[in-house]
Design a protein around this ligand. Structure first.
Ligand code: KG4
Ligand code: ZN
Length: 329
């Protein structure tokens, strides 16, 4: 156990965090590039890489200052090495290796999705296992059976769009801006979730499908153009949340999980958080919903996963690269 400085640059957040013993967050700095990408309606890979390059040194310095530690106290440097945008990943990986070499400490490459899993453990290191974790982000939607730390099985996943992607596409269609998740979340507060009965797609038993829902929203808006964006947002969000929560609880029952957790950017969604807690209480299963700052992309979760990997598998060789399509299992 030691102090880990972790770098996360897999997509559009330049994030650096210093975490002690895998659980004590000494600093958690996130520099968002949202404004740079918003005018394009989505993340532009080349713009993302350049922005990471420009801000990374500043963000690293800020994270060390906020942590109030001397550089000599840092025992390892970690970086997300996949999945993500290759140019963006390489900025973080290269910087982490250079710092590890300069400081004479180990380098640890971390899987971004394992990082999202560790957000729950950051807050509850004694999380009852086995657990099921609903991982919902811009690029992924899966139910992970966490048998024990480091031992995962994907028991359900999307057959088309990720949940975050569905939020982003619906928001873009409605002309609401990017990223769509937080905007729809805010609008839905003033809408009626029962106003429109959008389809709840049930492909495989624990699998998801969101592309039909997106098409249903588009068709509905064409047919009923006077419907308020608030009602559309609330009804669409409810359709997503219903299937996410139902299937996570089914998975928990099937694998005999001792707890259920949320992770990933979409886990910041207010309706998902409250419905999930309600359903876990009804099912009498213990649950953990990480703070919003640990759901959306951040480097504290990467540092936490890095500590576990370092303690269990050792460091990552400096000649290891980055893998844009790295799998969790
Ligand atoms: O995990 P994340 O920060 O980045 C990836 O690894 O993809 O997830 C980003 C996704 C985006 O699609 C964004 O729209 C969605 O998470 N998101 C939300 C909310 N906040 C972020 N979706 C619904 N409600 C939110 N409050
Ligand atoms: Zn993510």
């Amino acid at each position: 156990m030691s102090v880990v400085l972790a770098i996360e640059t897999s997509c559009d957040e330049t994030a650096v965090s210093v975490v002690r013993n895998g659980v004590e967050v000494l600093s958690n700095v996130v520099s968002s590039q949202i404004d740079l990408h918003a005018k394009f309606g989505g993340v532009v890979p080349e713009v993302a890489s350049r922005a990471h390059l420009e801000s990374l040194e500043l963000v690293v310095n800020q994270a060390i200052t906020d942590a109030g530690i001397a550089v000599e106290e840092i025992g390892a440097v970690a970086a997300t090495h996949g999945p993500g945008l290759i140019g963006a990943l390489l900025v973080g990986v290269s910087a982490a290796k250079a710092l590890a070499l300069a400081w004479g400490v180990p380098y640890v490459g971390v899987n971004h999705m394992e990082g999202h899993l560790f957000a729950a453990l950051l807050q509850e290191p004694n999380l009852p296992l086995p657990a099921v974790v609903l991982l919902v982000s811009g690029g992924h939607t899966m139910i992970v059976h966490m048998k024990q730390l480091g031992s995962y099985e994907i028991v359900g996943s999307t057959i088309d769009d990720a949940a975050g992607e569905a939020f982003d596409k619906v928001a873009r269609y409605l002309g609401l801006g990017y990223p769509g998740g937080p905007i729809i979340d805010r609008l839905a507060v003033d809408g009626d979730p029962a106003a429109i009965s959008f389809p709840r797609a049930m492909p495989g038993e624990l699998d998801f499908s969101f592309s039909g829902l997106k098409t249903a929203v588009v068709n509905y808006v064409r047919k009923e153009p006077s419907t308020s964006n608030e009602d559309i947002a609330a009804s669409f969000q409810q359709a997503v949340v219903d299937v996410l929560v139902d299937k996570t609880l089914s998975a928990a029952r099937q694998v005999g999980a001792a707890s259920a957790c949320l992770g990933g950017g979409v886990a910041a969604n207010s309706a998902l958080r409250s419905r999930f807690v309600e359903a876990c209480n009804e099912a009498e299963i213990s649950y953990l919903v990480p703070e919003r700052e640990f759901c959306t992309d951040n480097a504290a979760m990467i540092a936490s996963a890095a500590q576990w990997r370092l303690d269990n598998d050792g460091s990552t060789p400096l000649d290891a690269g980055a893998n844009p399509s790295l799998k969790l299992v």
